[in-house]
Structure formats: structure tokens, C-alpha cells
Design a binder for this molecule. Structure first.
Ligand code: FES
Length: 656
């Protein structure tokens, strides 16, 4: 029999094969990444290929066998595209180039446009294998499981498989229901985790981002990487404290408090799984993987670990490593073998959410020095590039979330989220969540007729304080200037800025101080990492989290939340932590990657660093009392440094 050259693209793998060898067999022999669930039975349609060409071998369909009944009768879920052949049915008749399209590869990239056009690697943790199992025989008394494992070995080369005990209760019924033909799910090529009667070609997972305020979940098909449904919900733990530290206080002061918070969040996750399944029309028993990110306190509470150690120095985590638990151990009503994987934490206040953000943003894959900031009650800060990565947390407190601010509130309809102040008249205009219009635009009053203005949320308070500084209402050191103006109201020994009359929303001196303390902590944390890394400048700043998406880079820089940087390189990272959870859901290699990176990240403890206090004091000024902001000054007319008398006597002059 004649042998022919078979060349696969894009892998470039090649070999000589006997006439009549199927393309799938040739691919398997060469280790080419060509998918198959049905094992060459012409059912799954995952092995689709096309005839290609190279300088030596022209494209000619006749180099493969004519389509037989397997292909002409094929009616699978993945229709055969124009010029496509089933690799398991087409056989080699001459030298041939075989093109393996991306969708026929097990390891592939999927593009997520909703995540800012990102390419996510898909490298499924769980794979499906359709097999025919030998029937039991009195003369050969082996168990059903043993015969299934034997079939997986002979048909799929899966040697030495173990079986999750959760498979056993469903195994015998599955085999008998479908005439000994079943689909087996194998995790990591080593463990049998589920069996379904007949042929099945989809298996699912859920990626969770557990924030202290909201929980987001995404249901994905594990082999294609498709996101089939996404849901968001409030974290029910809010009833026990607005921010993470107040929840730790709740645990400290209430017997059984940790258990209660744990059961609340687990119940919310289980409900969300149900909602996601309903939205995607997917059965719960086909979900085999769950990944989860969250700050250290959410991470611990989901796992049922008392978080009080995280409430006081030295903020010891129960573990910084990744954690894998049975879903049922976390009260999730999923198949017995379904697993929950929690990404590693980095340090006491730099959690699995930061690990998720790092995985998604990839500073460790970049030459540019990236500053990744996730603002919360504790800001999580990561700085570096492929050569070195540092992380720290900084105690910003809840001011950026609208707490501790006289008119502050959480971002919700009715909250002021944007503010501009006229530099000459000092008159404000603003936008309210729930309306697209600015307050000075025609129709604004009607647009909020069903809302009432209830307060000012985090992005609003950042903007109003930055605008007050730009308009000269605030001095460089944050004192509301004593000016004779109807918008400035004396309040005891200090003054307030009247943002709205009805309802009366004031920005008080105490509010400004709270924002100064928060932003100084954040900037000082960033600068501490810059000092450790030996840089005076960063190439780009990514603001992660929902809050980061709402912060205007210019106002963040004017306020001095972040170090100086080209403003076109200060961008929102979106839900980077959630995207990281999704990457870990879809790719075992992504899990390995973040586990390796997390081990190499240098943790800097802000509380024990002598220079933190100096940086903090300097960062109290707008945008900073000692560090210049040339990039910002090139974009924005910053006021001349003007300090209150009290501070001017003690402080250094700000460099030009
Ligand atoms: Fe399933 Fe070819 S391998 S159709």
C-alpha cells in the first residue's frame, strides 16, 4: 500500500500515512490538536477540517476520499461548512495538506468583545468522551465501572484513570438506558467525574466574582468558551455590614456570625446558579466546574473560614494557595463531582480578586510597567511587568464608596455620579444615575421626575472634590477657601460647598478630609510600590472593578488618587477580576499560570514601611505636595499652588 505525506496546518506537523488512513487517525498519531467527542463515529462534528495547500501540494479535494454516507447523512449540531470534511470519515488518497480550523481545535482562543475585545485561551479542564462499553458477562465478572474505564483506555488512550465516587450511583442506570453507549466527562485527563447516557457534547461551568457589594456570575460552555448567561445580584451580606471590615466586626461581635455570613453568600451563589441555568436553558447536572474570585474576606466566608484573623494585624490568611473544594461542600446543589476552584490570594488584603485581575490584565506578560488598582475599602494595588511584580493593599476606607460622606450613598438610581463646576461662577452642574442628561440641559427635570436625588455616590464625590480644587474653592492642602460666594456656606470654623439646594447636599470640610485621607492612602500605596520597583513613572494605569469603570481618569489624577501618568494610558479595566475567574474556568493552563505568578509576587506591607507615612502626608495635597504631575499639567489647567496659612508655614514648596 502506498504511503502519502500528510501536512497539518497551522501546527505544521507532518507525517507519512498509508492510503486510507483517516485524517483523525493521522492527527492523533502526530499529536495534532483536532477535537473529537464521539471518537470518530461521525456524530459530534467537532473534527471538521478542510483541504489546504502548500508550495508542494496543491489544494485538491480529490486528495481525500469522496464523502460517504457518514458525511452525507451527518445531521449534527455543528453543520458541515462549505468545503469542510469530517476528519474521522475522510481518508487520505494522496499527499495532502489538512487545515484544522480554530473551532476544531481543543486548545483555542475565543474573543470576548464585551470584555474589551479580549482573547481568552480555551483549554478545557473537563473533556467529554463518547464510548461504547462492553456488556456484563457471566464468564467475565467485571464491574460496570471497570469496563467503562477499560473502554476509555482502549478508545481514547486514557490510562490510569481514577473515578470520582460520585459517578457510581448514576453509572449503572446510564449504561443500561442507552444500550451501553455513554458520554464520560474526564477532568484533567486523570479523573472520571460524570457519566451521561448516550451522546452529549456540552458541559458547563460558572465563574463567580464575589464582591462585598455585588456578586456576578457567568455560565460558560467549557469546550467552546461561549458565555451563555450572565447574572448579577447584591451580596446579601450587606445586611450585616456595608463593607468588609464591618462584616468582620459583625463576626467578632456575634456568636455564630461567620456561619451566618457563610450561609448567606452560599445561598446567593446557589440561587444564581439556578438563575443562570434557567437563562441558558441548561441543566444543573451538566455544570461540573465553578471558579470563584473575591477579596480575602469574601474568599474566607465562601469557604466557611472565620475571617476575624483578617480584621487585625498581621492579617493572616488561612491559605494563600489556590483552593479546590467539592461544590456540595459549599452548599451548591450540583453534581457530586462538581468542583469549585478558588484562585490564589496574594496577601492579607490582596485577594483572589486581585489574582483574577492579574490573570486578565497580564502585567506579568508585559514589558510596560503597569499599575493595576482595584479601589475598595482596601485598595488592592499591583505594580510591575514581566520582570518583577509587587502587590500591596492600602487602607482607603469606605469614603470612595460614598460612606463617611455627609451626602454620600452607594451608586444607585438617584445618586449624583458626575459633577462639573464653572471656574468663574462656581455654579455646579451634575448628572444623576438614571438620567442621561446634565442638570443644566433642557428636559433634565422631567428625566428625573420618577427619581428623587438622594445623595452623591463615589464617582460623584471624587469629581466634586476635584472640581472644587480646579475651581479654586479648595486650596492645595484641601481647605475650603473662605470666600464670599452664595455657594460657599460658613459652617462653624469651616465652610461647605452647596452642591444642590433641593435636596440640600453639601460638601463639607469633613467630607473633603475623608476623601483626602482615602486618596492619600491610595496614592501612598502606589508610590511605595514605585519606590520598591525603582521607578518614578508608570507606563499605564488600569483601574479595575465596577468603581474603576466609573472613575474619570482626569478627576482621579487631579485628586491625586493615582500617580502622574499619560492620561490616555489611564483606563478602566472593567471587571478584570471576573474575567480572570472566567479565564480560570475555561483553561487549566490559566490556573497554572496564575498559581505560578502568585508565588512570585512580592508583597509589600504598607503598615510597616517607614516611607509610607511620608508619602501619605505628601499625598494629602492636590494632587500631591511634593511629586510633580507634568502629564496632568499638560492636559488640565491646574490652579497655582495655594495653601491655607496654617499649612503653608510647615510645608515644602510644590515643584513647578
Ligand atoms: Fe465526531 Fe468526527 S470525531 S464527527
Amino acid at each position: 500500500m502506498t504511503d502519502f505525506d500528510v501536512v497539518f496546518t497551522p501546527s505544521g506537523r507532518r507525517g507519512r500515512f498509508a492510503e486510507g488512513t483517516t485524517v483523525l487517525d493521522a492527527a492523533r498519531t502526530l499529536g495534532v490538536d483536532l477535537d473529537s467527542v464521539c471518537g470518530g463515529r461521525g456524530i459530534c462534528g467537532r473534527c471538521q477540517v478542510a483541504v489546504g495547500a502548500n508550495p508542494d501540494i496543491p489544494a485538491d479535494p480529490a486528495r481525500l476520499s469522496q464523502p460517504g454516507s457518514t458525511e452525507t447523512d451527518y445531521r449534527g449540531k455543528r453543520p458541515l461548512g462549505e468545503g469542510r470534511r469530517l476528519g474521522c470519515a475522510a481518508s487520505v488518497l494522496a499527499d495532502v495538506v489538512i487545515d484544522v480550523p480554530a473551532e476544531s481545535q481543543v486548545h483555542r482562543q475565543v474573543v470576548r468583545k464585551d470584555a474589551g475585545v479580549r482573547t481568552l485561551p480555551v483549554d478545557p479542564v473537563v473533556r467529554l468522551h463518547f464510548v461504547e462499553v462492553a456488556e456484563p458477562d457471566l464468564s467475565s465478572p467485571t464491574g460496570d465501572l471497570e469496563r467503562l474505564l477499560s473502554a476509555l483506555e482502549s478508545e481514547w488512550g486514557l490510562t490510569g484513570l481514577s473515578a470520582d465516587p460520585g459517578v457510581l450511583p448514576e453509572l449503572q442506570a446510564a449504561l443500561r438506558k442507552s444500550a451501553w453507549k455513554v458520554t464520560a466527562a474526564v477532568r484533567g485527563g486523570t479523573e472520571l467525574v460524570a457519566v451521561w447516557p448516550g451522546f452529549r457534547d456540552a458541559v458547563y461551568g460558572v465563574a463567580f466574582d464575589v464582591g462585598s457589594t455585588t456578586v456576578a456570575g457567568h455560565l460558560c460552555e467549557l469546550t467552546s468558551g461561549a458565555v451563555l448567561a450572565s447574572e448579577g445580584a447584591m451580596n446579601p451580606q450587606i445586611a450585616f455590614g456595608e463593607d468588609v471590615m464591618s462584616r468582620v466586626s459583625y463576626v467578632m461581635m456575634n456568636e455564630g456570625g461567620a456561619d451566618r455570613l457563610t450561609s448567606e453568600i452560599r445561598r446567593a451563589l446557589d440561587i444564581m446558579i439556578g438563575d443562570l441555568c434557567e437563562a441558558a436553558d441548561v441543566s444543573r447536572d451538566t455544570i461540573l466546574e465553578v471558579t470563584l474570585v473575591g477579596n480575602p474576606i469574601m474568599h474566607h466566608l465562601v469557604l466557611g473560614i472565620d475571617p476575624r484573623e483578617l480584621g487585625t494585624a498581621p492579617f493572616a490568611l488561612a491559605t494563600t494557595g489556590p483552593v479546590s473544594r467539592r461544590a456540595r461542600d459549599l452548599d451548591l446543589d450540583l453534581k457530586d463531582a462538581a468542583r469549585v476552584y478558588l484562585l490564589p490570594c496574594i496577601a492579607g488584603h490582596v485577594g483572589a480578586d486581585a489574582a483574577g485581575a492579574i490573570l486578565a490584565e497580564g502585567p506579568h506578560r508585559s514589558d510596560a510597567v503597569q499599575l493595576l488598582v482595584d479601589v475598595g475599602t482596601n485598595a488592592e494595588i499591583v505594580l510591575g511587568n514581566r520582570h518583577r511584580l509587587l502587590a500591596a493593599s492600602s487602607p482607603t476606607g469606605p469614603a470612595f464608596e460614598g460612606a463617611e460622606i455627609s451626602g454620600g450613598q452607594r451608586a444607585a438610581p438617584g445618586a449624583i455620579e458626575r459633577v462639573r463646576i464653572d471656574r468663574n461662577t462656581l455654579e455646579p452642574r451634575f448628572k444623576v444615575i438614571g438620567s442621561e442628561l446634565w442638570s443644566d440641559e433642557p428636559g433634565f427635570a422631567q428625566s428625573i421626575s420618577k427619581l428623587s436625588i438622594t445623595g452623591i455616590c463615589g464617582s460623584g464625590i471624587i469629581e466634586v472634590v476635584a472640581e472644587m480644587y480646579l475651581a479654586g474653592i479648595l486650596t492645595t492642602d484641601g481647605v475650603i477657601a473662605d470666600r464670599d460666594h452664595p455657594r460657599i456656606e460658613a459652617a462653624g470654623r469651616t465652610s461647605s460647598y452647596i452642591l444642590t439646594d433641593d435636596p440640600p447636599i453639601r460638601v463639607t470640610q469633613t467630607d473633603v478630609r475623608a476623601i483626602q485621607l482615602a486618596k492619600a492612602a491610595l496614592q501612598a500605596g502606589c508610590r511605595l510600590l514605585m519606590t520598591h520597583l525603582g521607578v518614578t513613572d508608570v507606563d499605564e494605569i488600569r483601574l479595575a472593578g465596577a468603581f474603576g469603570s466609573h472613575i474619570d481618569p482626569v478627576h482621579a489624577a487631579v485628586l491625586g488618587m493615582i500617580p502622574d501618568c499619560r492620561l490616555d494610558r489611564v483606563t478602566a479595566a472593567g471587571n478584570a477580576a471576573g474575567l480572570g475567574a472566567m479565564m480560570a474556568l475555561l483553561s487549566g493552563a490559566a490556573r497554572d499560570e496564575i498559581e505560578t505568578v502568585a508565588e512570585t509576587i512580592e508583597k509589600i506591607e504598607t503598615a510597616t514601611e517607614a516611607s509610607f507615612q511620608d508619602e501619605f502626608v505628601a499625598a494629602m495635597g492636590f494632587p500631591n505636595s511634593t511629586h510633580p504631575y507634568p502629564h496632568l499639567a499638560a492636559t488640565v489647567d491646574l490652579p497655582e499652588p495655594r495653601q491655607s496659612e496654617r499649612v503653608r508655614r510647615r510645608s515644602r514648596k510644590e515643584p513647578a
